[in-house]
Design a protein around this ligand. Sequence first.
Ligand code: PMP
Length: 381
Amino acid sequence: QDKEYLMIPGPTPVPPAVYAAMSRPVGGHRTDEFARLYMRIVEKLKKVFQTENDVFVLTNSGTGALETAVANTVSPGDKALALITGNFGERFAAIARAYGAELIELNFGYGNDVDLKAVEEKLNEHPDIKVVLATQNETSTGVCNDIAGIGALVARTPALLLVDGVSGVGAIEIKVDEWGVDILCTASQKAFMLPPGLAMVSVSEKAWQVVNGNRSPRFYFSLPACKKVYGKWNTPYTPSVTLFYGLEAALDMMLAEGLDNVYARHALLARATRAAVRALGLKLLAEDRCASNALTAVWGPEGVAADELRKIIKKQYGVAFAGGQGDVKGKIFRIAHMGFSDKMDVIIAISALEMALAQTGYPVQLGAGVKAAQEVFLGRE
Ligand code: PMP
């Protein structure tokens, strides 16, 4: 097998220590040992989420976490305000629609972040909004939204704030309690450095009031079913036990590095990637003000199809970038720098990008992007 450099926004590279933890023989889940493991993981996740709320680890993907949030808070006919900044904001809205919500959509367009003024106006206009759906890190555009700002507006209303933090949490700081996030959803295969298969959610007291009286059908995604066994067996159904071994190892790595250092590392990698892209004369999708620290989205160069460029980079250099989705399908490529990712990953990515650009006939000065990234790393920009 050829060597691959996985630089897509999930799944992301898994550290050897996490693979090692997952290589142990699988154990039973109705044991004291698993119950202790679950609660240790919950305590560690509370540090990452900055919350005292209940935290659950669910065996499903990120979309399952989003569906859990919606199925437990949205009854048919409820008003849901969807703050859409790209493909994943659209998905969150689609889930609410599937559960019979009366949707109010604020669509800010691909590449833009949520405008707080518009949110405030909608909340004032519709005092009966039941849930607000927001995306912390919009993976399709590399835009990071102001969850603190949104949270401050929603906290003044009876509405719940449901946040998709699938590609943000663990790479970009989130303060669930301080910012008033009622349900936070995230997943294992991005900044948490695990294979896909686990989702993590936190549920506030304000949310429980709604969850318990909700009229939508729910079974596998029932939060009351999780709560019933919380602190006992913890998982109503058979969990992905092996991934739990890995999750504890990954959380230990993050806490040993120090969460502030984890976030600073992601910020540095993002800064270097953006400097490199600019030095090559390419355009970034997101403005610096709202650019994600977890991934960088880049417009394909004039006259070169973004997907063709990606194909060369993958086939000839083994570096996997992601393509565009939704409105920007085929027009952009995305470089992830999240999770188990460091300076030399950025250098490899940019160096492969430069060679592929040269091969397509784009007027590139070889080394210009790499140099710009190196200067950021050396603090000389
Ligand atoms: N939300 C966001 C912001 C995401 O990045 C993703 C995965 N790319 C999802 C939701 C969906 O997660 P999954 O593919 O694990 O269901």
